[in-house]
Design a protein around this ligand. Structure first.
Ligand SMILES: Cc1cc2nc3c(=O)[nH]c(=O)nc-3n(C[C@H](O)[C@H](O)[C@H](O)COP(=O)(O)OP(=O)(O)OC[C@H]3O[C@@H](n4cnc5c(N)ncnc54)[C@H](O)[C@@H]3O)c2cc1C
Length: 292
């Protein structure tokens, strides 16, 4: 079978994921148009391979053994945004941090506290990312997607199936192309001050100096993952190069030479210990792609 131009073979995914660990994708492509997306998905279908859509890779770990399929990343053409009064429309590859900063500068509230989340708009919608009382679903009005069969559809917020760190897009093959938000006019100086405060708090409390994927576990119904992990005596515990951050126990960090398996094994050990000690079953927020 002819491999389309622009599809790379055996692409190292470390450089595309924030953990800076793990293996390669059998095939990897950066796409610059909806037509190219259709072409690449067609290739995967003909090759009987799965495909996975990657944003900024800040919530994904690829197996050391690699991903036996096609990883698709939306390119620069999908990184754009436009403010029309309180309505903001942004391409899926746009970094959320840029949007958050721009919205605060322009005097619009609703996503300004999400500035420290190192993901893309597509990834933030798929994960329903949130922080400091703001969640992407709160201000989102519409999402434009390319369906598995290539058709373009607009989804209303209600059709996105949002829940805590969850959206319907996690269980489908729809690719988010663009999202629209309804923000609220507010005082720019106050928004920028509030933003600076939460960014400073992140710096003080989170191990931003080391590679990670942010919180490893979702908040359970009772308690907080960080406190439960600490109570289990695991703060600072390491497997290979993967360590439970001494600064924030819900972060697993790569101290330099972590394998994807080290990260997975540590997360598994945490789940087992916390379950035994507290009866609480922690659920991973980070996505492990491939065989573990
Ligand atoms: C230091 C640090 C701090 C963090 N803090 C927070 C936080 O405060 N709050 C929070 O919620 N998260 C946080 N995260 C996690 C992460 O940044 C978010 O989950 C983010 O939304 C992921 O976006 P991404 O573009 O990196 O997506 P990726 O990690 O690349 O992908 C995540 C999921 O989204 C899907 N996806 C990505 N793009 C698309 C698309 N265009 N169409 C369909 N599906 C898509 C992927 O298939 C995958 O299932 C943090 C991570 C780090 C490293």
């Amino acid at each position: 079978m002819q491999i389309p131009q622009n599809i790379q073979e055996n692409a190292d995914m470390k450089q595309y994921t924030s953990f800076r660990a793990g293996g390669s994708a059998k095939y990897f492509a950066k796409v610059e148009s909806a037509e190219e997306l259709t072409e690449f998905k067609e290739f995967a279908k003909e090759a009987s391979l799965p495909y996975f859509i990657l944003g900024l890779g800040s919530n994904v770990v690829v197996s050391d053994a690699g991903y036996e399929g096609l990883i698709i990343k939306l390119g620069k053409k999908f990184s754009h945004f436009k403010f029309d009064k309180e309505t903001l429309t942004a391409g899926a590859a746009t970094p959320l941090s840029i949007l958050a900063r721009m919205s605060a500068t322009m005097g619009f509230s609703g996503i300004h506290l999400l500035a420290g989340i190192p993901g893309s708009v597509g990834g933030a919608v798929a994960m329903n990312a949130g922080a400091y009382g703001e969640e992407i679903a709160q201000t989102l009005t519409e999402v434009k997607v390319q369906e598995e069969n290539g058709t373009i559809q607009n989804y209303s917020k209600e059709e996105c199936g949002f829940d805590y760190r969850h959206s319907a897009f996690q269980n489908t093959k729809s690719i988010i192309l663009e999202a629209s938000f309804r923000l609220e006019a507010a005082n720019s100086k106050e928004l920028l001050d509030a933003q600076a405060e939460v960014l400073a708090e992140r710096k003080a409390k989170q191990p931003l100096e080391l590679p990670s994927a942010g919180s490893m576990f979702k908040r359970p119904v009772r308690g907080f993952p960080g406190a439960l992990i600490e109570q289990a005596g695991l703060k600072g515990f390491a497997i290979g190069g993967a360590q439970v951050s001494p600064k924030h126990a819900n972060f697993i960090v790569n101290t330099g030479c972590a394998t994807a398996q080290n990260i997975y094994d540590l997360s598994q050990l945490i789940r087992d210990r916390v379950k035994t000690l507290s009866g609480i079953q922690l659920e991973r927020e980070v996505i492990f792609l491939g065989k573990f």
